[in-house]
Ligand binder design. Structure first.
Ligand SMILES: [Zn+2]
Length: 249
């Protein structure tokens, strides 16, 4: 059985630190760091093209804080060819390890997990958990029909779109381990750099935290950059489009 996949992919660089790291690193490391920065840029550019990722902005967050970058989770998987390309990169990273099942939860992660599974040489099956709440606590449930697919000895790759706190992934890991199966690793599009998952190997296409500021301490406010309130306004004012069954029809 091969060893464990290398943790955290290659992408852990933040902009301001990068130049210093590059100057002080050994030549071989330079090449690796450079390659990963280029790759991260490509992935960010792809996310920008979907309209999900906004950079160089001055955004008001629902919390009242300000930031220069923003990602709209719902838009991340709207371009099938991009999602397929990104899924294939994740699959390639985990290709050396046999995977029986790809497991995710949430619509965007499920779309991505399909693309990962499609590109993985083990031809894993795709299953999903359902997110919900029980007695005020978050929980993940696996539909009964999927339960025979995850049992003792099954190798499971978890797929997530955006990882911010890691709490959903922790629940999925619990679920898999309770069933006697083994988590091979976690593949995701975007991971906030502060997240660790008890040593589970994690590979992310983008590994990036963007700082948020309270309005009093915001450097963008100080520079007089106009504040973009669009995302908060959109959340508060626009209701999702919906259709409802008419009575008697
Ligand atoms: Zn500001």
């Amino acid at each position: 059985m091969p060893g464990s996949p290398q943790g955290f992919g290659v992408l852990q660089l933040r902009g301001p630190m990068f130049k210093e790291e590059l100057m002080s690193a050994a030549p071989r490391k330079d090449a690796v760091a450079m390659e990963s920065e280029v790759r991260e840029k490509i992935h960010l550019e792809i996310l920008k093209r979907t309209g999900a990722y906004h950079a160089n902005d001055h955004v008001l967050l629902p919390s009242g804080h300000h930031t220069s970058e923003y990602i709209e989770k719902t838009l991340v998987t709207t371009e099938p060819s991009f999602t397929e390309g990104l899924g294939a990169v994740i699959a390639k990273h985990f290709a050396p390890w046999p995977v029986d099942v790809v497991l995710s939860t949430g619509p965007a992660a499920l779309i991505l997990s399909h693309c990962v599974a499609r590109a993985h040489p083990s031809r894993p099956v795709v299953v999903y958990g359902m997110k919900g709440m029980a007695s005020g606590k978050r929980r993940v449930t696996l539909p009964v029909e999927f339960q025979r697919l995850i049992r003792e000895g099954t190798t499971v790759l978890l797929v997530e779109d955006l990882v911010s706190t890691g709490s959903t992934l922790e629940l999925l890991i619990d679920l898999v381990e309770q069933m006697g199966a083994q988590v091979v690793g976690v593949g995701c599009l975007w991971r906030r750099t502060s997240v660790e998952l008890n040593g589970k190997p994690m590979f992310s296409l983008v590994s990036r935290d963007f700082p948020t500021y309270s309005p009093e301490d915001c450097p963008l406010c100080r520079r007089g950059v106009p504040l973009n309130e669009e995302f908060v306004r959109r959340r508060n004012q626009r209701r999702p489009a919906s259709a409802q069954e008419r009575r008697g029809s």
